[in-house]
Design a binder for this molecule. Structure first.
Ligand code: FE2
Length: 350
């Protein structure tokens, strides 16, 4: 039987830019004219947020945030090297990349061959590595494993979609590509192939807001919802159950930040829902998966936690394997950098 290593991490796009740009999403949000008077003015923010913003619009604290994230990626990379997987199975959001008007699957398995991705072609900020606009990054695939897993899931009643090539977005979507780029932050090479399993995390906002946001006051017709958190736990459990019976060593990864400020209307999209993230984190740290099972789609949307749905699949995998709480976990809280981030790793399931 296979051994599995379960891990959670972030693919925060603004880690790929410079410290000067890392708070640029907040700077954009602050300009929405519909925000009630004073709320976007830093003098009225809570102390922790004012401290993070500082005197230079969070440029100094961006270095601290980067340091914390890089420590998480270094630890994740070390665990991968020690585990030496044959393949990475990664859950990430498709943010209006391949899931578009012509088809929105709940989730899919991408049986892609090796390909070259070009992360900076449409990246609107300078990249922190100073790589040229047309820089290619090679991404290794294992289409045979993706097809094998699709067959197992379909036989098991999990009606997964699959694809052999990108529909719209050339390369692989940001959630997956950033995972590789950040796990190889120091550009020493990335030896592992990836099987990507995108999830329709954005649900009601996937087409209506193109997986991002529209200014307050814009009337949009919301789309049908994402798959529910509970269903994604079951799907994650099924994936783990079959991979455990496979001939491969697999690192099973959820890639996403937690609550996103730009999705949290109740905070005027200025800050993420820290309280809800903390509650989920405390439950994760204590192996209280019943708390995760009880989370509703409405609660996810209220907390701007659409991308946390990737972690529901991961927690469902941990539950299925009887792993209990993760052996390593840390919570990186922020007010100014759009989203809280969590790193977690479970004991190897042998
Ligand atoms: Fe994302």
């Amino acid at each position: 039987m296979a051994e599995l290593l379960l891990m959670g991490m972030t693919h925060y796009p603004l880690l790929a830019t410079t410290d000067a740009e890392m708070a640029s999403l907040l700077r954009t949000m602050m300009k929405d004219p519909a925000i009630p008077a004073g709320l976007a003015d830093p003098v009225n923010w809570p102390l922790e947020m004012r401290n993070e913003w500082g005197a230079d619009e969070a440029r100094t604290s961006a270095a601290t945030h980067r340091e914390a994230l890089l420590a998480g990626f270094a630890a994740s990379r070390a665990a991968l090297e020690e585990f030496n997987p044959d393949v990475l199975l990664v859950w990430g959001d498709d943010q209006y990349e391949n899931f578009r008007e012509d088809i929105i699957p709940p989730y899919a398995l991408l049986a892609y061959d090796d390909l070259d991705a070009h992360p900076w072609e449409k990246f609107r900020w300078p990249n922190v590595w100073g790589e040229p606009k047309d820089q290619a990054h090679h991404v290794k695939g294992r289409p045979d494993i993706a097809r094998w897993l699709a067959e197992k899931l379909l036989d098991d009643g999990v009606d997964v979609a699959y694809a052999y090539k990108p529909l719209h977005h050339q390369g692989i979507a940001h959630a997956f590509l950033n995972t590789q780029l950040f796990l190889d932050y120091h550009r020493v090479g990335f030896p592992w192939p990836m099987v990507c399993m995108p999830i329709n995390c954005y649900g009601r906002r996937v087409i209506s807001a193109k997986g991002f946001f529209t200014p307050f006051g814009t009337t949009v017709e919301l789309d049908p919802p994402s798959p529910s958190p509970r269903r994604l736990m079951d799907v994650g459990g099924a994936v783990a159950r079959h991979l455990k019976q496979s001939p491969w060593r697999v690192a099973v990864i959820a890639s996403s930040s937690w609550s996103h400020a730009f999705l949290t209307d109740k905070t005027w999209r200025l800050v993420p829902d820290i309280a809800s993230d903390r509650a989920h984190y405390d439950a994760l740290a204590s192996g209280n998966y019943a708390y995760w099972e009880s989370t509703t789609t409405a609660a996810i949307e209220d907390a701007g936690q659409q991308e946390l749905l990737n972690w529901f699949a991961l927690v469902g995998a941990a539950r299925e394997l009887g792993l209990g709480a993760p052996v390593q976990h840390n919570f990186i809280e922020t007010h100014c950098f759009n989203s809280n981030k969590v790193f977690a790793r479970w004991a190897v399931a042998a």
